[in-house]
Write a protein that binds this ligand. Structure first.
Ligand code: NAP
Length: 282
């Protein structure tokens, strides 16, 4: 286990995750393992910040020595309106999961979630470029995935969601390659896809799947971004159908690794981060 051995001093740089609630967040475990693996004098804590105090927190951030911030629910959209600048992806999504404090004091918002999913596919040697992907869900995570898959060269991005109007709002992010899939067309869309991503919350803490049995086949790579449990019912169905599977820890770790690079300029050891996350989830 990679653990911080040096004492925290006045020179130690601090990064935090802000959200409400934050007690269950895995980010402190993952990021502290990452800082240790990089050998940098940084530490990371979870800070509950209510919606009422979010503006005051951003003011504090400007005038304090906090060096990096992860943003989680329910603040991702609100923070996009509070920082000084947004990178392209955060601007397209109007959503921020990472704040970087630049040397000139400017606060810049980034969104690393969707690119984390693309990194997870690359880690499994699955090509994003030219792929045909079916995204289940149209919430915040699905939006970031559609945006990243389009920027990274997917050929076709099919979106299916319980609330069809929300799926339609994701189509502009797909840069002309997006199609909404109705319930009636879902089986055909699965047959037409190579990668299937569950970006709904179905399966989080419950033994449920967003898909019925018998619709997946050996040609599919199935990604579940739900990470509690890691081996979801969907991934069990996919394994039985001979699919390759990627669990929710991969996106979680890779989006955090991107945050580390933005803050410290160093690429952390993904294996140490994974070990820490798996221990916390066990
Ligand atoms: P969100 O904005 O609340 O969106 C939830 C999505 O799930 C919506 O599309 C919603 O459909 C759908 N949904 C919820 N219950 C459903 C049901 N019973 N049947 C069908 N669809 C249902 O949440 P989010 O932020 O996108 O997060 C989604 C999941 O991904 C969560 O479990 C979250 O923990 C996980 N996540 C994982 C990572 C990672 O790094 N691995 C990152 C972000 C999120 P409607 O639009 O019809 O309500």
């Amino acid at each position: 286990m990679t653990e911080r051995r040096e004492p925290i001093t006045g020179r130690t740089r601090l990064a935090v995750v802000i959200g409400d609630p934050v007690e269950q967040s895995l980010s402190p475990v993952i990021h502290n393992a990452a800082f240790s693996s990089s050998g940098v004098d940084w530490t990371y804590a979870a800070l509950r910040v209510s919606s009422e105090t979010l503006g005051a927190f951003i003011g504090l951030l400007r005038g304090s020595s906090i060096s990096g911030v992860s943003v989680t629910m329910p603040h991702k959209d609100a923070v996009a309106g509070l920082v000084d600048r947004l990178d392209d992806s955060a601007a397209a999504l109007s959503s921020v999961n990472t704040i970087v404090k630049k040397d000139d004091g400017q606060l810049v918002g980034y969104s690393t979630d969707g690119d984390g999913l693309c990194d997870a596919l690359r880690e499994a040697e699955v090509s994003v470029e030219g792929s045909r992907v079916l995204v289940l869900g149209a919430g915040g995570a699905a939006r970031s995935i559609v945006d990243a898959m389009a920027r990274n060269g997917s050929d076709a991005i099919l979106v299916h969601n319980r609330t069809v109007a929300k799926a339609q709002r994701l189509v502009p992010l797909a840069q002309g390659r997006g199609t909404v899939v109705s319930g009636d067309d879902l089986a055909a869309a699965i047959r037409d896809s190579e990668i299937v991503v569950n970006a709904t919350s179905v399966g989080m803490g419950q033994p449920e799947s967003p898909l019925p049995d018998g619709v997946l086949g050996p040609k599919h790579v199935v990604v579940d971004i739900v990470y509690h449990p890691l081996r979801t019912v969907l991934l069990q169905q996919a394994e039985r159908s001979g699919c390759r599977t990627i669990d929710g820890s991969r996106m979680l770790i890779h989006q955090a690794a991107r945050q580390q690079v933005l803050w410290t300029g160093r690429r952390p050891d993904v294996t140490s981060m994974t070990r820490a996350a798996r221990r916390a989830l066990a």
